[in-house]
Design a protein around this ligand. Structure first.
Ligand SMILES: *Cc1c(COP(=O)(O)O)cnc(C)c1O
Length: 372
């Protein structure tokens, strides 16, 4: 079976891990956490970086650091991972959903303004599948209405928008270093921002809101969302390979594009859009409506041929966990609904070989030839 993702750990990972083990510094107090934070902050061009346990934790801390609450609303794409929604919902704030565009599969910025109300506190820009959200009009809107921007750049590490790094636009920006991201720590995440007070709050929330003056007295509840030095050691080694990883992902994506572009009935991940070249977090495909099968059937056929594929996200407005609370009643977002039913992604990991990729391509071609 060709896995949907296999990471590449061919840099200084072992050397740095050995340093941790031989020195005994394996907790979050080890030196690699700060080294990794500094490297990411410098790369993205931000003043502060706060390494955390995972990307979902980064979003939880972000929502708490912004002091979101029941009087607030936050705009997010309906086509995203649950972590974006759960971070907001747990603060008591209300979600306002926006659809994606059919060509970039990213947040449809033209539909944001109609979702803004007097209660809107933040817009979450989730860069999806390797292309960024169209940030300029989004930032203009946020400025016009005095709304904060949260950037979720988990799938866009090293990506740029009009030449500026993803993660540099948000009032606060989140990253994930899960095993399928462009650089990984196994599990891990990071928060980046420029504001001193916001950074201090995020740092405190990461560490149980311990107070420096009196350690076990707390004025607020935080989490233990710290990253260990073991994770950061892997992260720093991965960071040193970031450009190589992006080049490899682009190579894989463009090779899929070249080998599949003539297959009828299949919309392929866009190679580029007006403001960025795809860094292919994953190589997504969408089945035409005239095909008699959907994404689930296609994935089952591919699995029989030894290829694992994953579905696109299931929209937030169709999540049972929210629907049973009566949320999003009667709301409909046709692009995201179609993406969830007709979209899936092919094996896209950094360790994917050309031989494996060729097998994926012939499995896809075989499947499509039986229907068209
Ligand atoms: C991976 C991912 C997350 C969650 O990160 P974890 O480290 O898995 O918790 C959040 N947002 C997006 C867009 C992601 O792709």
């Amino acid at each position: 079976m060709i896995p949907v993702n296999e990471p590449l750990l061919d840099g200084n990972e072992k050397t740095y891990l050995k340093e941790c083990i031989e020195s005994g510094w394996i907790s979050s107090d080890g030196a690699f956490v700060e080294r990794f934070e500094r490297a990411m902050a410098a790369h993205v061009g931000r003043k502060h970086a706060i390494a955390v346990a995972n990307g979902s934790a980064a979003l939880d801390i972000t929502a708490a650091a912004l002091k979101l609450g029941p009087d607030d609303e936050v705009i997010i794409p309906t086509h995203t991972i649950i972590s974006c929604a759960s971070a907001i919902v747990r603060t008591g704030a209300r979600l306002r959903l926006v659809d994606s565009t059919a060509d970039t599969w990213n947040l449809d910025v033209a539909k944001i303004e109609e979702a803004i109300t007097s209660r809107t506190r933040a817009i979450m820009a989730v860069h999806t599948f390797g292309l960024p959200v169209d940030m300029k009009p989004l930032l203009d809107l946020a400025r016009k209405h005095g709304i904060a921007v949260i950037e979720d750049a988990a799938q866009a590490i090293g990506q740029t928008y009009d030449g500026k790094h993803c993660g540099s636009f948000g009032d606060i920006s989140c990253f994930s270093f899960y095993a399928n991201k462009h650089i990984t720590t196994g599990e891990g995440g990071m928060i980046l921002c420029d504001d001193d007070a916001l950074a201090a709050r995020a740092r405190s929330l990461r560490n149980l809101c311990f107070k420096p003056e009196r350690r076990f007295v707390h004025e607020e509840l935080g989490w233990n969302y710290r990253m260990s030095s073991l994770q950061a050691a892997v992260g720093l080694a991965q960071f040193e390979r970031l450009e190589a990883h992006i080049a490899r992902k682009r190579e894989l994506g463009r090779r899929y594009d070249a080998l599949l572009h003539d297959v009828r009935g299949l919309q392929l991940a866009p190679v580029a859009c007006s403001y960025a070249d795809n860094i292919y977090w994953v190589f997504g495909v969408m089945l035409d409506d005239r095909l008699p099968i959907g994404a689930d059937e296609a994935r089952a056929i591919l699995a029989d041929a030894g290829v694992s594929a994953r579905p696109f996200f299931w929209p937030m407005h169709e999540q049972p966990v929210f629907r049973k609370e009566g949320l999003f009643e009667g709301e409909s977002y046709p692009v995201a609904e179609r993406m969830s039913r007709r979209g899936f992604y092919l094996p896209s990991g950094l360790a994917l070989t050309e031989t494996q990729q060729d097998r994926v391509v012939s499995a896809v071609r075989n499947m499509m030839s039986t229907f068209l």
